[in-house]
Design a protein. Structure first.
Length: 204
């Protein structure tokens, strides 16, 4: 028999798989000249997560100043002076252009070769922001729970119907001894109690 929890588990697994959509890793390579900055701009939606790594080569220090700003220009990640490489990770709090800034203005003579590998993870269900956002999520979660419970109840009912076997009770003909009144099977010739011959009416 199939376990009753299987439909619920299948739904939860599906929700987990669809919770996020991850893009294939992307690679950007460029050179930042001396006394220059380079900006890598990403247009993101609220809730998008970006993570990856930076590698740096060039000059005596193989280093670059690295920071990330949000759509209004506020610094949300400041990794400072990165030597050789570093990893990064941030989540967009609002929709707009996020900028990865590679600053080589501290170097007078040396150019830096930069390679950035990154992934963008977008939520399958976009976050709800603004007034009433929390209550809206509560309604959505409640609706999901109701759907899961309903599916589980339907599957449980199916299992019970499959398990229920309708049987017709066996009806055995009986005859009673005319002498002692004992019950005997319909085909008995003598009473099993007193031994008297069973007398049958016509048609029995």
């Amino acid at each position: 028999m199939r376990r009753r929890g299987a439909p619920v588990l299948a739904i939860l697994v599906m929700v987990g798989l669809l919770a996020t959509l991850v893009s294939a890793a992307q690679v950007e390579s460029f050179t930042v000249g001396p006394l220059q900055r380079y900006s890598l701009i990403m247009n993101l939606d609220a809730g998008d997560r970006v993570w990856g790594s930076v590698s740096v080569s060039g000059g005596s220090g193989n280093d670059i100043d690295f920071r990330v700003t949000d759509p209004v220009g506020a610094v949300i990640r400041n990794y400072g002076r990165v030597r050789y490489g570093a990893s990064f990770d941030f989540t967009a709090s609002r929709e707009g252009a996020y900028t990865l800034i590679f600053d080589n203005t501290f170097s007078i003579f040396s150019s830096k070769q930069i390679s950035v590998t990154y992934n963008v993870e977008a939520p399958f269900i976009p976050p709800i922001t603004g007034a009433g956002g929390s209550s809206t999520w509560l309604v959505l979660i409640l609706a999901l729970v109701i759907i899961i419970v309903a599916v589980a109840a339907v599957e449980s009912g199916k299992e019970r119907r499959k398990a229920a076997v309708t049987t017709t009770p066996e009806v055995t003909a009986r005859i009673y001894c005319s002498k002692c009144g004992a019950e005997n099977s319909a085909d008995a010739a003598f009473c099993r109690s007193c031994g008297a011959k069973i007398m049958r009416s016509e048609g029995i």
